[in-house]
Each structure stands twice: as structure tokens, then as C-alpha cells.
Design a protein. Sequence first.
Length: 243
Amino acid sequence: CAINADIRGFSRVMSGDPAQTALYLRSVYGRILDAYFKDATFAKPTGDGLLLVVPFSQTEEALAAVTKAVVADSLNLHDDFHEIIAEDKLVRFPHPKSIGIGLAVGSVSRLTADELTLDYTGRPLNLASRLMDLARPNGVVMESTLDFSSLDPETLGRFTADHVYLKGVAEQDGVDIMYLSGVTIPERNRHPVRPFRRHEQEVKFTRAEARTRGSSFCTLPTRPPASSRPGREAGSTPSGSTR
């Protein structure tokens, strides 16, 4: 299971003091890893957020169990975040009070070195990132790869079902999601993503238009110059015309 959490308003609220930023992130990350998502075997800072991976065996029972656990941890983290480091006596400066979380499940690839996990790659990670981006101004968004039926009625009552389209991972078919009450889904995510199309059009100007547009435009002559036509010499003037 992939969990992507982003601290909302980090750049706006933090003072920009590197010492304060490091102190705050160390305190927040430490608290998240100690009190939430205890089954996570991998964690990677993403600047003002955190990517976590919780492994589970490929059985329906295990999927139900991991769904219950990560959704409960996500809701607790969301609800507690405004005071998550209230007891830290070193953090006495303004800091963010909300968080957005995206959840997805699926197969991923693991990059290792001497049995040490360096990173993970795969669609669930990208999907969790896109869902996290939807969780605004803050909240939790999860995709239907999780076992919604395993959640109790009280938990389900906090969520709303929807179908969204996500750039790069679900552009045409979309995905079914559940989002926490308070999340605002942008209207653009309710429609398929339009594929990029290169538009090319030949630009033509008349000589008069080229002169009015200035020297930054150039047009090629539609016929050869007079000096290259038969019976004309360079510098000659046709009868009846003036220079």
C-alpha cells in the first residue's frame, strides 16, 4: 500500500529559516513514523511531505486488514495534525496545521542494494501522489484498489464516493475514489483528460501585410524577381513604370 502525505501551506507558513525548517520537519516526520503507519517498511521525504510503503501478502484477508489499518492511521493523522507536535518545546514558531493524504494499492518494483531498499517505483506510487494532490484544502483521498467493504459504517460515513480522471495515470477511463468530507474535487478532474495535439498552420502574409508587421516577419516571393526573367536585365525598368 502506498501512502503519500503532503503538509499543506508549508512554503507559505514557514519563515524560510533553514534551521527552523529542519527542526520542524524532523519533529513532524519523527512523530508520524513513531505514532502512525507503524507497519510501514519504507519512508522517503518528498520535501514538504512523506512517502510511505506498507507491504502485505497477496490475499483478500490481507488487503482487508491493510485497508483498515492505513485508513485508520490516515484519519487519525489528519485529525491530529494541527497539534501533532504541540508538546515539542523546540517548535515555538508558526508552522502548518493541515495535511493532505493519498492512498493506493498495487504491485510495485523495489530497488535494492545489499538488501537495503533504496526506492520503489510503480503505478500505485504515482496514483497515491495524484490522489494526495486532490486532497485539498486538506483531507484523505483513497482509490478503489483498497477494500472499501472492509471499513466500518462510521468510517465510511466520513467519505464520499466519486469517479475522477487523473493526468498520467487514469486519463481516459478514470478511477473510483472515496474522499473525506471537506475535500473539494476540481471540476477538471471530472472529465477525461484531453490528449495533447500539436497544431501547425502555414502562415502567409501579403507584401503589404509584411510591411505593416515590421521587419520581424518575412515572406518568400511568389514568383522570381524581374532580373531573372527572360528579356529583363538587372536594374532595368519596365516600360510605363516608374521607380
